[in-house]
Design a protein around this ligand. Structure first.
Ligand code: DLL
Length: 423
């Protein structure tokens, strides 16, 4: 679709949705009334910025079902995000919502090059988390064969992958690294039929994507989504890996300056917000995701005209402020993988000693470093400390640790321990 055609479609859908929400969701009706806004004031997508924002706190305040726009008898499924702080966020789906979700995920899988002949191992967690069931029904909708493994039991994952001849795997990038380790230990890489991985649910870097591709001899794709908006399948990258195509016919993206909430220019990094324009059960106006990215409306080399968002830098609430310097875990990951002399497993430990913030980075290195001369270990420690200092603009204490010291993730990885928050 051309940009004009897309905007026409978005406008039509937005107008209908605003009317529906105004009449069915008290929370939004009150918000709009307080702003002196009526459904008729929204004449198209150009009026999007007149609508109120929605935050995670709004969902929590209306826990569990307060923002639903349809009667409970029309809700066919709920999911929830556990959330590390506070109450869970509960989301609901109508039958049509589930159909649209399946279609979005099927689009992603087709974009990755998968089809009916493929066997897709779904190793995201099944349950209230949207990853497992989201990929599951998307893959079925595509007509592929689904292997519903869920996460965990890594040895079994590897056996099934080999025995069933799985051609694709969907899981978090950190869990895939763990699976790769087990595959390597068992010498099974040459025996598997894998050709693609669909990884997301947590920030990861382009270097990590390439590392996965090289070690598995496959194509690895980035899939994005969040439960509040739907789940996996809101956006994903094509074979050019030049940003993630957003399914704008369902979700209208905006990039906002997180301080002023004014729109950012294309290319400028800001907070991503979504307005859903087809959802029936839980429609959201301008939902602030806290995810930091930029947008590009130019046509992609693959031919798609859907807007692209850049690989995520992190979330506003993942940003660490250490001695006044803003740091994202992704910067550490990029620097370590660029250096290429360690494993991709790292952990950041932030503390406050004598009123001063400290950052220690643990990095796993090969066993041989611990048996070789101590000089070599010291040399690598200094080298990493230097590289990290250059990347972060902050002095960092580096501790090289033996393989398997850092806990492996089966879902979303925990890269940071902030002891300042524990006291
Ligand atoms: O993580 C949905 C999902 C499942 C996406 C499987 C992709 C694959 P939530 O648990 O609600 O939903 O967490 C959403 O995870 O706001 C981002 O901060 C982060 N996230 C998701 N995908 C990516 C990605 C699922 N590709 C939150 N890159 C989002 C970076 C991601 N961060």
């Amino acid at each position: 679709m051309s940009r004009d055609e897309m905007q026409n479609l978005q406008s039509k859908r937005l107008i209908k949705m605003v009317d529906r929400v105004y009449h069915n969701v008290e929370f939004y009706r009150k918000k709009m009334q307080a702003m002196g806004l009526e459904p008729g004031d929204i004449g198209g997508i150009e009026d999007l910025n007149k609508l109120p924002f929605t935050t995670k706190t709004d969902l929590r305040d209306n826990y569990p079902f307060g923002l639903f726009a349809i009667p409970q008898s029309e809700i066919v499924r709920v999911h929830a995000s556990s959330g590390t702080t506070g109450k869970a966020t509960v989301v609901g789906y109508s039958r049509r919502d589930i159909e649209n979700w399946q279609e979005c995920v099927a689009r992603v899988l087709a974009m990755v090059g998968l089809g009916k002949e493929d066997k897709i191992q779904v190793s995201y967690g099944y349950g209230l988390f949207t990853g497992g069931l989201g990929l599951h029904y998307g893959a079925e909708n595509l007509g592929a064969t689904v292997i519903p493994m869920s996460s965990g039991n890594t040895k079994k994952q590897v056996t099934m992958m080999e025995d069933f001849g799985c051609t694709a795997i969907a899981c978090t990038p950190s869990y895939l690294l763990h699976i790769i380790e087990v595959l390597e230990e068992e010498g099974a890489i040459g025996r598997i039929k894998l050709k693609a991985a669909i990884c997301g649910a947590e920030p990861w870097t382009e270097n990590m994507r390439k590392e996965i591709e090289t070690r598995l001899h496959i194509n690895a794709h980035d899939i994005y989504g969040l439960s509040e908006v739907m789940g996996p399948g809101v956006a994903a990258d094509c074979e050019y890996h030049a940003g993630l195509h957003v399914y704008e016919d369902h979700f209208v993206p905006e990039i906002l300056n997180p301080d002023t909430l004014e729109p950012c220019e294309p290319g400028e990094i800001g907070e991503l917000a979504f307005t859903t324009i087809t959802k029936e059960a839980l429609p959201l106006f301008r939902y602030r995701t806290k995810d930091l990215t930029s947008i590009n409306y130019e046509k992609c080399e693959c031919g798609r005209t859907l807007a692209r968002i850049s690989r995520f830098k992190g979330r506003t609430d993942d940003m660490l402020i250490i001695r006044g310097v803003n740091i994202f875990p992704s910067q550490v990951e990029t620097a370590l993988l660029e250096l290429g002399e360690t494993s991709p497993h790292y952990l950041m430990i932030v503390d406050r000693v004598n009123h001063q913030d400290t950052l220690e980075v643990w990095v796993e290195v090969e066993e041989r470093f611990f048996s070789d001369e101590i000089k070599e270990l010291e040399h690598l420690t200094l080298k990493i400390a230097y590289v990290l200092q250059q990347a972060l603009g902050l002095s960092v204490k580096v501790k090289l640790v033996e393989p398997k010291t850092i806990e492996r993730s089966e879902g979303k990885a925990k890269r940071v321990i902030d002891k300042r928050k524990l006291v």
